[in-house]
Design a protein around this ligand. Sequence first.
Ligand code: PRP
Length: 184
Amino acid sequence: MNNPEFVQIDDLKFRVLLSEERIQERVIELAREISKDYQGKVPIFVGVLNGAILLLADLIRHLSIDSEIDFIKISSYGDARISSGEITMIKDFSADLKDHDVIVVEDIVDSGLSIQYLKRRILNMKPASLKFVSLLVKTDMAKVDLTIDYVGFSIENKFVIGYGLDYKQQKRNLKSIYQLVDEG
Ligand code: PRP
C-alpha cells in the first residue's frame, strides 16, 4: 500500500499526521531506550490487542536485549469513537506475570481507562516491575492520573487511524497515522 497524504473512508477525510518514517525512527529510539533500561533483564511485552500489534512487532525487532511476548484483549470502544468507559475482558493473559518485568504495549492512550484497568490487574499478579509504552498519548487524557513510561508522540484530541488504529476495524494496516480532518 502507498502512503497517500489523504485517506477517504465513508464521508470522512483523514490527513497524514505522522509519516511512516517518523514512526519508524521513533520506534527505534524507544527500543534503544528500553534496551538500555532493561540491560541484563528479559522483559515480557504484553500487547493490548488489537491496536498494539504493529508497534509490538516493530519494537521487539529493534531491541538489543532478549524479550518474551504475551497478549491481552480488552475493549472499551467497540466500533464507537468515544470510550464507553466500561472495560470488557475478551482475552486474558496467557503468561504468568509473577516476578516478570512487564512492559504493556499500547497503540494509544486516550482517556487512560484501559491502562488504569490493566495496571490494577497486572499489579495483582505481583510482577517484578511494570511499565507502559504507548505510541500515542492524547495530551488532554486527564480522566485518570497515570504515568506512561515510554511515549512515542503526544497528539491532540482528534480521531486517528493507521499503524494499528482502526476505523470500524479497518485501516489498521496503514503505515502512517492519519488524523480526521474537520470539515466546515
Ligand atoms: C483502544 C486502544 C487502547 C484504548 C485506549 O482500544 O487500542 O487499548 O482504546 O483508550 P482509553 O485510554 O480511552 O482506554 P479499542 O478498545 O478501540 O480496541 P482495539 O485496540 O482493538 O482497536
